[in-house]
Design a protein around this ligand. Sequence first.
Ligand code: NAP
Length: 311
Amino acid sequence: MAAIILDGNRIAAQIKTEIGQEVCRLSDAGFRPGLAVILAGHNPASEIYVRNKVKSCEQLGILSESIGPPQSVSTKELLEIVGRLNQRDEIDGILVQLPLPEQVDAKSVLLAVAPEKDVDGFHPVNVGNLSTQRPGLVPCTPAGVIEILRRSNLPIEGRNAVVIGRSDIVGKPVAMLLLNNNATVTVCHSKTINIAQIARQADILVAAIGKPGFVTREFVKPGATVIDVGINKVTDKKEFERFFAGDTSRERTFLEKGSTLVGDVHPHVKELAGALTPVPGGVGPLTIAMLMANTVKACQMRRGKVARGRE
Ligand code: NAP
C-alpha cells in the first residue's frame, strides 16, 4: 500500500493561523513581536529565503526589519550590528542568514546574538537548554519535524527513531527532540557501518544528509514513517530519470525550469513507507512557520508574564 503523504503546506498553514491569532493578542496588549534579519552581501538563494521570511512576518502582523550590509562587511561590523539589535527592545528575534561572506567569522557572529533573541536556536545556551529539557528556543527545521509527527497523530514515545545526519542545524537537534519525546534514538553519519540495516529498525526514519535519493527501499521497514529533510536541486536529465522516470507532470516542470527538487529519500520509498513527507511541500514549509513561532515565543519569554497571557 502506498504511503500517506504528510502535507507540510497544510500543517504550516495551520500553525501560521494559530500564530497570527497570538500576534493579534500580543499586539493588543502592547507587545508586537519583532524580527530582524541580517542578510550580508548577495546570494540569490539567501535573498529568496529572506524575502519569504519577511513576507510571512507581514502576513502574520510581526514587525520585520531586514539589514543588508555589503559583501565586504567585516566580522567587527557584523558584531556591532548584532550588538545594536540585542539592545533594541522592539526586536524579539535576530536571524543571521547563512552563509556569511568568506572573510567573516560566522561562529563568533552567531555567538554574539543574545540567547533570548536567538530564533534560530543555534546559540550554545539554547543547545544546552534543549539537551537539558529547559525552556528555550529550538532550531526551526527540527521543531518542524516534531510538529509534522505530532499534528499527524504519529506517536513518538517508545518508537525506534533513526536519524541519518548529525549536523548542528538539523541532525543533532532532531535526535535530541525525538529523545525528549521518549523515542529510542540512533544517529547515523558518514562513518556509520551498515546504515541500511540500522535504518530498517526504525519506526521513524529521518533523513538529513544532503544527498539526493540516498535513502532507498533497502533502508525502510514496511509501514515506517519517513521524514525527508533533504532539499537537493537536480539539473541532470539522467539523474532526473533515476528518480522520476514515468512521472509526466514532474517531467514537464523539469523541462520548463531545467531543474527539480529531490529529497534525501528516493521517491520509490513511498511504495513501502507508512507515511512520507514529500519534497517539495514536506518539511520545508515548516521551517518558516517555526521561525515565526520562535519569534512569538521569544517575545513572550522576554517581555514577561503579561505577554505570555494565561499561565
Ligand atoms: P550537513 O551539515 O552537510 O550535514 C550532513 C550530514 O549527513 C552530516 O552529519 C554527514 O555526516 C551526513 N552524511 C553525509 N554523507 C553521508 C553518507 N554517505 N552516509 C551517511 N551520512 C552522511 O547538512 P544539513 O545542514 O544537516 O542539511 C541536510 C539536508 O537537509 C540538506 O539537503 C539541506 O539542504 C536540507 N535542509 C533542509 C531544510 C528545510 O527547511 N527543509 C533546512 C536545513 C537543511 P558527517 O557528520 O559524518 O560528515
